[in-house]
Design a protein. Structure first.
Length: 290
């Protein structure tokens, strides 16, 4: 019973931390949709080439709510694919607080942030450039898909919502409950298998370690980033492998992506592929350099 209460408590607290970010982003999205503001749309489009730079900087903030908030902006077509990729790669979840808690390892912190920032910016800009060179405009309007058929709006004849606050609250509650359920399931699985199980599959002293670490990083739970960081600090995991795992560790962002961007599943899986390839490439390069 104590373990069950612990899992439920951790799941609720993790989801609760996202609430301010979720509500703020949905309020912004609803405002822009309600006002049909072309000014906002032009502003985000003007970021263009530098969007991934801002996304990477935002992702370094040690708060899992950032990746979730950015995911909703991407699903609303406010930020580019390259920008959301940069956010995901730069996200480190619990890694930064854990390293800070070990003052003798503070040098690892600056190397980690620098490597992930550079990786995130390069990957994000590359993705946006490739898309601009190869794809055509789909003609989709921002925010349209995020709210379509969600039943959260009272629209007038022009298709505009009469309210900003109520739809934002409904979206926030919906995603909060979704994240809470996922956290409970994942927490239960990890509690059942034990953290030692995750440690055992991270093959030590192997050149293939970054590949495995990058897969572990996809686990949308802070336990993954905690284990990866602690194993590196204890000398079990190489720095490059730690980087690989943390580059795919986008927190709950990926889970929310598959919920809010479900009309573009191929795009969602493409994001997974980009993250994995980028992560293992960064891992191998870092192991070769450091």
């Amino acid at each position: 019973m104590e373990k069950i209460i612990g899992v439920l408590s951790d799941a609720f607290l993790d989801a609760l931390k996202m609430l301010p970010f979720l509500f703020g982003v949905y309020l912004l999205i609803e405002y822009m949709e309600h006002r049909n503001s072309k000014g906002f749309e032009r502003f985000f489009k003007r970021l263009g080439f530098f969007g991934p730079v801002g996304g990477a900087l935002l992702g370094t903030v040690p708060q899992c709510g950032i990746s979730v908030a950015a995911t909703n902006l991407f699903s609303g077509r406010v930020i580019t694919l390259g920008t959301i990729v940069a956010v995901y790669i730069a996200t480190s979840d619990e890694a930064i607080p854990i390293i800070i808690a070990n003052p003798d390892k503070i040098g690892v912190l600056w190397r980690l942030i620098l490597v992930k920032l550079i990786t995130a910016v390069l990957a994000g800009i590359t993705v946006d450039i490739v898309l601009r060179l190869t794809s055509r405009s789909t003609g989709e309007k921002p925010f349209e898909e995020l709210c379509e058929n969600c039943g959260c709006h009272d629209h007038d004849d022009d298709g505009h919502s009469h309210s900003v606050l109520i739809p934002a609250i409904k979206h926030t509650v919906s995603i909060f409950l979704f994240v809470l359920i996922i956290n409970i399931v994942l927490g239960s699985v990890i509690e059942l298998l034990g953290e030692d199980f995750l440690k055992s599959i991270l093959i030590s002293d192997s050149v293939l370690q970054p590949l495995v670490a990058a897969l572990v990083g996809f686990i949308p739970n802070c336990a993954a980033s905690v284990i990866l960081t602690e194993l590196h600090l204890n000398g079990v995991l190489s720095f490059g492998s730690c980087v690989a795992g943390l580059c795919t560790g986008a927190g709950m962002g990926l889970i929310v992506l598959f919920k809010t961007n479900k009309r573009h599943m191929k795009q969602n899986f493409a994001v997974l592929g980009i993250l994995y390839i980028t992560a293992i490439a960064a891992g191998f390069v870092v192991n070769a350099v450091f």
